[in-house]
Design a protein around this ligand. Structure first.
Ligand code: ZN
Ligand code: ZN
Length: 184
């Protein structure tokens, strides 16, 4: 368990056990979901599976994050359930040291995934990678279904369950103008 940001391992030790890795400890995802207060429930176990191939100046990381999540629908707030099948194929550049022997700033380096340890060795955080790919796979505007009718803006009735008694008026001022337009 523990915070995912503490799950660092020496790169060489990780590579020695590769190239295939499977991460299925739900705490990898549940931890940050709780920490950041993300409105997301793990509906079926998540699993990250990937291969890491070292290159001269970086790592090729290929794999997938799969599972199922439930999030509140963007229109009606009921649970929207999503099957995740996020595939990724990334080149992760290695960080480098500047002339003072300090880690150089490089915007291309994913510092949550790879960094120098205090004794100057490269280390990686596989859990952070599994989290990042998961976070990217989450839909920005979840919908319980494509044609969700949402809530009535006046009374809050879930219009998927039936109509409400509110009068339906068109409030768009541009349309109101058009209706008043006389055609000569
Ligand atoms: Zn909905
Ligand atoms: Zn209504």
């Amino acid at each position: 368990m523990g915070n995912m940001y503490d799950s660092w391992s020496p790169l060489q030790a990780v590579l020695n056990t590769g190239p295939h890795y499977v991460l299925d400890n739900q705490a990898i995802w549940q931890g940050p979901i709780d920490e950041f207060g993300i409105p997301c429930r793990i509906a079926a176990p998540l699993r990250a599976e990937f291969d890491i191939f070292p290159q001269e100046d970086g790592l090729l990381v290929r794999g997938s994050v799969t599972g199922q999540v439930a999030m509140p629908c963007n229109r009606c707030a009921e649970e929207a359930v999503y099957d995740l099948a996020q595939r990724f194929d990334n080149f992760e550049p290695l960080p480098s040291l500047d002339e003072n022997g300090e880690p150089a700033t490089d915007p291309d380096v994913d510092e949550y995934f790879i960094r120098f340890s205090r004794n100057g060795e490269l280390e990686v955080n596989l859990a952070a990678l599994a989290w990042e790919e998961f976070a990217q796979a989450l839909p920005p505007r979840p919908l319980c279904r494509e044609e969700c009718a949402g809530l009535c803006p006046s009374c809050g009735t879930n219009l998927n369950e039936g109509a409400c008694a509110c009068e339906k008026k068109i409030h768009d001022p541009r349309l109101a103008k058009l209706r008043g337009l006389k055609i000569h």
